[in-house]
Design a protein around this ligand. Structure first.
Ligand code: RM4
Ligand code: MN
Ligand code: MN
Length: 404
């Protein structure tokens, strides 16, 4: 560690100790944090209007995993990568798994792609045509099998299903079609696998979405069975929704299975997590810290599209923002918070959160990263590593890694 960093760390830990924070315990929790990065975050992506290719992006799923491994090497907490099928289709999934483990990585959630086939214009598992529902269900089952081959126990589902015009189709019939297809998929899962259901209120359908919100997702999970759980994507709420409250409610029902971290200003913007509203991210982590203490298993994943910014630095920054949000949430004085709540001290309770949120935890995160064998300054280290230049030389402009 450089001396400035060391000094910052010493000052911080001294003031934390004065606040009766168990610094060692906090550092231990920071080392145990896990964030899965998405294969599609490393490939070219764009808006509805244009995909801007970047030099050096991966040409195939193997290279996406290599990029994810580099993010893990620098941050220390990202040992798994989510895949999207068919974007990450390969002939031999065993070989993909081998490649991952040779880099110290695992393959995480398998995401069936249910929004890019020409038959899917009226939906997939909710489509009025049984043949299309069959095709979609088969694809989900194929992804369950791929999960077996790559050693993953998470099937992560997001449906673009919905309608654009009032009267276009029956809400209730569509829901029962979804249930029928998903219960077939659920039955095809091995006992070790969980099914995550992600909701979203709009886009690409604009009149109604078949799983618009946490209530629709939760009740579908409850019908399907215990291993069906809700996935919260931070870009999938209407403006003004209190996401930390939603998180608390799903947790209270014991059904929070996963997260897609990103950030948004207006819609499903898929911007760098913590870049627009870091306070909201902190408040969400305040709930997650409690849930972890209660033994909940939640898969923390990033779901972002880096359209104009360099992708690897963007992913590294996202992970660092998640480390900092988690660290701040770990600093909340739970005893003082409870006391203030129970004695009706409105501002006392609020200020307990603000005290934690206002702490500069960067030296603590840097130390935790170093202790894990990662680095204090991941972005600086990445820039100096020459990785990006080498990738640009070897891979040139990359290839269709998803949207293009
Ligand atoms: C969706 C949703 C899914 C993601 C796709 C690419 O809006 O967030 O999780 O797989 O985008
Ligand atoms: Mn998502
Ligand atoms: Mn999304």
């Amino acid at each position: 560690m450089e001396s400035a960093t060391e000094r910052d760390y010493a000052n911080l830990t001294e003031s934390l100790a004065a606040r009766s924070v168990d610094v060692e315990a906090v550092e231990g929790r920071l080392r145990s944090q896990r964030i899965e990065t998405p294969s599609w975050g490393y490939g070219n992506s764009g808006t509805r209007f244009k995909i801007f290719p970047q030099p050096g992006v991966p040409r195939d799923p193997f290279e996406k995993i290599s990029d994810a491994a580099e993010v893990h090497r620098l941050t220390g907490i990202c040992p798994s990568v989510a895949i999207h099928i068919p974007w990450d289709r390969v002939d031999d999934y065993g070989q993909l798994k081998e490649h991952a483990s040779s880099l110290g990585m695992e393959i995480g959630a398998v995401n069936p792609n249910l929004f890019q086939e020409k038959e899917y214009s009226l939906g997939t598992v909710c489509n009025p045509d049984p043949a299309v529902r069959r095709k979609a269900t088969e694809h989900i089952i194929e992804c369950i099998e791929i999960g077996g081959e790559v050693g993953s126990d998470v099937l992560s589902l997001w449906f673009a299903d919905g309608t654009n015009y009032a009267g276009q189709d029956s809400f209730v019939e569509r829901r029962s079609r979804m249930y029928e297809c998903l219960s077939e998929a659920y039955a095809a899962m091995p006992n070790s696998m969980r099914m995550l259901l992600e909701y979203k209120p709009f886009e690409p359908a604009f009149y109604h979405t078949d799983l618009p919100d946490w209530g629709a997702a939760l009740t579908m999970c409850q019908r399907l069975g215990e291993r069906a759980q809700v996935l919260v994507d931070l870009g999938h709420h209407l403006q003004g929704t209190n996401i930390e409250h939603v998180v608390a409610l799903i947790l209270d029902e014991g059904r929070l299975g996963g997260f897609h971290f990103n950030n948004r200003k207006y819609a499903d913007d898929d911007l760098i997590v913590g870049s627009v509203n870091p306070f909201e991210l902190f408040l969400i982590y305040v709930k997650l810290v409690e849930a972890e203490e209660g033994g909940a298993r939640i898969d923390y994943m990033i779901d972002q599209a880096h359209n104009i910014e360099p992708k690897m630095e963007a992913m590294i920054l996202s992970v660092m923002n998640l480390q900092e949000a988690y660290a701040k949430a770990l600093l909340v004085d739970r005893g003082a918070l409870n006391e203030a709540r129970h004695s009706g001290e409105v501002l006392g309770a609020h200020r307990t959160l603000i005290d934690a949120y206002s702490t500069d935890v960067r030296p603590l995160c840097a130390k935790a990263r170093e202790d894990m064998g990662a680095v204090a300054d991941p972005i600086g280290a990445f820039e100096q590593s020459g990785y990006a230049e080498k990738a640009a030389r070897e891979r040139a402009e990359g290839a269709g890694a998803g949207w293009n």
